[in-house]
Design a protein around this ligand. Structure first.
Ligand code: WTA
Length: 679
């Protein structure tokens, strides 16, 4: 069957940076055949304190049999990314341009920040960090909501060469503790509390628990700086006469209860009060670390993906410009939380490197109403909107009338990220949100890739709903079969890359061996994404999803092993197996099979304890949808769990295929019989 193809609209193409596939192919060819010229041209717009040496422009080894894996770009050049994002843009005359329109959880709570003001705040906070003993190379942990201060912290770190390690403020205290210990962070920045929708989250209290736990594991966080976020909100609404819906009273009561340790904790506003508003940037090597960001590993131990300064700057800047076709007067909005890689590259670094004006949103798409996204697009006349399929699917459910209430005609580019977008959601996005006038950029990438690697370009690439289409500049994807043979032309296989682009990760923090084993051992000479992909007759790439033990719940990646180890830590549990099951909104959800210890009954109480423990050890987003009693698990004679069968049981599909290699075939029927009624 021939796929539907959606040609880009002429009004998008006319002014696009890349107007046709012919232009794309030309640029792409240059990026592959002559990467030095291609990236040098781009690097020219940025400031390099020590100039780039063309002889040492890039080098790498992807083949473990030839020595350690490494990637280097712009070796020897020095720069400062914060200088490039702020000072350089201010010099270009953008000082009074809005960097961020900030939109709070509550629609009445909003503000804005110019490039000049942002630099002033960044310099002040950089001096605060210095006063706490933070030096080049030191790690700073961040556990913050979507407030403007998080931008300030990130850029303050990069101004003095410190390495930021952001932990999404939806992770549990346990998960935060592990990350504090792994990265050996000196300082932790957080906020008192925050509302997400109607839910109040006590971030400082979570941080306290995490810091205690880290101490038990031998690592002491020396300083914790706390943004007074909730109290500001409280004062703001108190100054208004009308009674505020819900948030107010609770906020007031909570403030006084912010747990505190005078020896370690200080308020942001106290620290900032007398801080010096000028701070000379520290020039760092292009290959010095910029940040680390944890991503899910196959074991419980967190895996700190490390990115470096020079290559990441080039790549975040270039992908942002081309993939969103960002023009100087545009208003861009990415809904991702800064705690994820999408927030790093496309809320902070990419937009600011391009002198962009962005919307930053603290809340959720459902508060105060399910039309919030559309109201914000209308309010700021957003031109580029970037969100996740899980959000689109969730909003689709509420019907077409919500987006239809608003003028969304400012939109030109619609982005999607985090998981495969199903054609139904794609079409709704295209028709209802884009009014069939926008280009959709279904951007495939990973924490590890630093930026988009497979994506259409607006106004250029003819789109097929559900396909991430073609590689970005400098990226050379291949499909391999089980034996590592290249699949030429049409076919499906492992998605790998045969060479580095500037934004690819450099190592796993503190564990280079793990980096090599995770990404380069499966197919020597290739970076292995862990995703499968199909190439169709027109050369379009379609991501088919994870082919390792990872699963993707609402765009949050986690490994089955991580959840299983959490379940088996419970004293009443002998064994557990977790599989993913398709979910209409979340994309995938967790279906868990649990075998209790001999003599222990599987009760609802046990199931809810297990749910709670997953929530506490990983975070609320990892909550299992189903926990099923399993008197035994389907295993081969050598003891390997056959997850393929469990996946069938999870969807109640009796077509389980061949079970003859099982040690005990009868268990399959028993598990079908034991499916919970509500599953
Ligand atoms: C999945 C998020 C299909 C994929 C930026 C990848 C996608 C993982 C897409 C990385 C997409 C991300 N189409 N799948 N457009 N974007 N993925 O590290 O499985 O949180 O490996 O980075 O999300 O998730 P991560």
């Amino acid at each position: 069957m021939k796929d539907d193809v959606y040609e880009p609209k002429p009004h998008v193409s006319e002014n696009a940076y890349v107007r046709s596939m012919i232009e794309y192919r030309k640029l792409y060819r240059k990026s592959i055949e002559n990467p030095v010229d291609f990236w040098s041209d781009i690097a020219k717009q940025f400031h390099w304190e020590t100039p780039i040496d063309r002889q040492k422009f890039w080098s790498y080894n992807f083949d473990t049999s030839k020595g350690p894996v490494y990637v280097k770009w712009l070796e020897g050049a020095t720069t400062n990314i914060c200088y490039n994002l702020l000072d350089r843009n201010i010099r270009l005359g953008l000082g009074d341009k809005i960097a961020f329109y900030w939109e709070g959880n509550d629609p009445e709570d909003y503000s804005r920040l110019t490039y000049k003001k942002l630099r002033e705040e960044v310099c002040k906070f950089a001096n605060v960090l210095k006063s706490k003993g933070v030096e080049k190379g030191d790690r700073v942990a961040i556990y913050m909501p979507m407030v403007l201060e998080i931008v300030v912290v990130i850029l303050a770190c990069s101004r003095i060469g410190a390495v930021h390690s952001i932990v999404f403020a939806g992770f549990s205290a346990d998960a935060l503790a592990d990350r504090l210990v792994d990265s050996q962070c000196k300082v932790l920045i957080t906020a008192d509390s925050v509302y997400r929708g109607e839910k109040l989250l006590h971030l400082k209290a979570i941080c306290d628990t995490a810091m205690d736990k880290a101490k038990e594991q031998g690592h002491e966080v020396k300083h914790c700086i706390v943004v007074r976020h909730l109290q500001r909100l409280n004062a703001f609404f108190e100054s208004k006469t009308q009674n505020h819906n819900g948030c107010n009273g609770d906020a007031k009561n909570h403030y006084d209860e912010t747990p505190w340790n005078d020896d370690r904790d200080s308020w942001w506003h106290d620290e900032m009060e007398d801080a010096d508003p000028s701070c000379y940037p520290v020039w760092v090597s292009a290959e010095d670390p910029l940040f680390m960001l944890y991503t899910s590993g196959s074991t419980g131990k967190p895996k700190g993906v490390l990115h470096t300064v020079g290559g990441y700057l080039l790549y975040a800047a270039t992908t942002f410009k081309y993939v969103f076709d960002y023009k100087p007067d545009d208003v861009y909005w990415c809904t991702a939380d800064v705690g994820w890689i999408t927030g790093h590259s496309y809320v902070i670094y990419g937009p600011l490197a391009n002198g962009a004006t962005s919307v930053m949103f603290e809340g959720t798409p459902f508060y105060p109403n399910v039309d919030r996204f559309w109201a914000i697009i209308n309010k700021y006349k957003v031109n580029q909107f970037y969100t996740a399929p899980t959000a689109i699917r969730a909003l689709m459910k509420y019907g077409d009338e919500h987006p239809q209430k608003y003028d969304l005609s400012s939109l030109r580019v619609l982005g999607s990220v985090g998981e495969p977008i199903n054609p139904e959601a794609w079409l709704w996005y295209y028709k209802l949100i884009g009014n069939e006038q926008c280009s959709i950029a279904d951007t495939f990438w990973q924490t590890e890739t630093g930026g988009h690697v497979i994506t259409p370009l607006p106004g250029c690439t003819p789109m097929k709903p559900g396909s991430a289409t073609f590689p970005f500049f400098g990226v050379q994807p291949e499909l391999l079969d089980e034996n590592g043979e290249k699949i030429i032309g049409e076919g499906e296989g492992y998605l790998v890359f045969n060479r580095p682009w500037p934004g690819i990760m450099r190592t796993v923090y503190g564990d280079h061996k793990r980096f090599e084993e995770t990404y380069f051992s499966r197919f020597p000479g290739y970076y292995c994404t862990g995703d499968g992909a199909r190439r169709d007759a027109d050369g379009y790439l379609w991501i088919t999803g994870r082919i390792d033990d990872k699963l993707n719940v609402s765009g949050h990646l986690m490994s089955t092993a991580e959840v299983e180890s959490c379940l088996t830590e419970h004293p009443s549990v002998t064994e557990a197996a977790v599989v993913s099951r398709p979910h209409p909104v979340k994309g995938e959800c967790l279906y868990c099979f649990v075998t209790p210890n001999d003599g222990i009954e599987f009760t609802n109480k046990l199931a809810s304890e297990l749910s709670k423990s997953v929530r506490e050890k990983i975070g609320p987003f990892a909550m299992p949808d189903v926990i099923q009693y399993a008197p035994g698990l389907p295993k081969t004679r050598s003891g390997k769990i056959m997850r393929r069968i469990l996946r069938k049981i999870a969807i109640n599909d009796r077509n389980v295929g061949d079970t003859s290699t099982l040690a005990d075939e009868s268990i399959v029927e028993i598990l079908f019989k034991n499916r919970p009624e509500n599953a």
